[in-house]
Design a protein around this ligand. Structure first.
Ligand code: SAM
Length: 291
């Protein structure tokens, strides 16, 4: 059975009475070289367990099962589970979980896996929910070895963008706090069944074991980031004033100047490290101001 052969996948779907569910981003990868490369790419730090998000018809799941000790594959579509059990029958190291990844308690799902050793994430992510899934993986604070994902190329460009470029945004600066993203390779839309409207890129995020940035107050750091990007067209002091109401615009302008920037700078020019410096100034002012 060749899970990268479109004819074979179509037949399997029909035998199991299934159709490709657009609402769940079911575009299955049918390029065997790309499937193997994604599976290989997530192994840089030799994880013992790989969490796959969205198993689909199991093409990537099998490649992962061939390379790593344990695979935990989460799939939202109940209908795909019998098909997956069939195609993965000989892969005894795969645990299939039928669940919505956004409603899954990752910490408890992966508790045993983390006790055994390193855990990496590998997925051909559904387009409709790429950013929320990435954010929930980062927000879980679980110490994944790496997160390797195939995503829409435009989103990949945003993840790796440099400050001051049009693609740079809050997700870039936020991700920069947790790790370093690397663009690995592109995959054309015609390599999927059914083909999506956009091309894809595989990105591996190497998470910091020890973060190089240590804001004095993490909550203030995240609030500063959010405020800076919520109103991109405004100058930084004006954007901050809309999101950090406990300080006056003059104080926020002062914080921007003291961090080494001019008052007319926009948030999109600041790197993650710059935001940490700025948020430390802001935190100092909040702490010093009377309640
Ligand atoms: N891994 C397969 C491949 O590479 O061909 C399928 C990838 S397909 C782009 C995305 C898969 O994620 C689909 O099987 C879809 O049903 C599943 N999915 C969508 N939303 C999900 C969610 N919230 N939680 C878990 N799986 C989800």
């Amino acid at each position: 059975m060749n899970l990268c052969d479109p004819k074979c996948v179509r037949e399997l779907m029909s035998v199991f009475g299934l159709t490709f569910r657009k609402e769940w981003g079911q575009n299955f990868l049918t390029d065997s070289g790309a499937v193997a490369s994604i599976a290989e790419s997530c192994g840089a730090n030799k994880p013992r367990t790989v969490l796959e998000i969205g198993a689909g018809a199991g093409a990537l799941t099998r490649e992962l099962a061939n390379r790593y000790e344990n695979v935990i594959a989460v799939e939202i579509d109940r209908g795909l589970i019998p098909l997956l059990k069939y195609v993965l029958d000989d892969c005894k190291n795969v645990e299939l979980v039928c669940a919505d990844i956004m409603k899954t308690d990752l910490r408890s799902l992966l508790a045993e896996a983390f006790e055994r050793g390193g855990v990496a994430v590998c997925a051909n992510l559904p387009y409709y929910i790429t950013t929320p899934i990435l954010l929930s993986l980062l927000d879980s604070r679980l110490s994944f070895e790496s997160i390797t994902v195939m995503i829409q190329s435009e989103v990949a460009d945003r993840l790796v963008a440099a400050p001051g470029t049009p693609d740079y945004g809050s997700i870039t600066a936020y991700l920069g706090y947790f790790g370093v993203p690397h663009k690995l390779f592109n995959v054309k839309a015609d390599k999927f069944l059914p083909p999506p409207k956009v091309d894809s890129t595989v990105v591996r995020i190497d998470l910091y074991k020890e973060k190089p940035y240590k804001p004095q107050n993490e909550d203030v750091f995240f609030r500063t980031l959010r405020a800076a990007f919520a109103q991109r067209r405004k100058t930084l002091p004006n954007a901050l004033a809309a999101g950090l109401g406990e300080l006056s615009k003059t104080q926020l302008c002062d914080a921007v100047l003291r961090s080494g920037f001019s008052a007319d700078i926009r948030g999109e020019r600041l790197s993650t490290a710059d935001f940490v410096r700025l948020s430390d100034e802001i935190h100092g002012m909040i702490s010093a101001s009377p309640d």
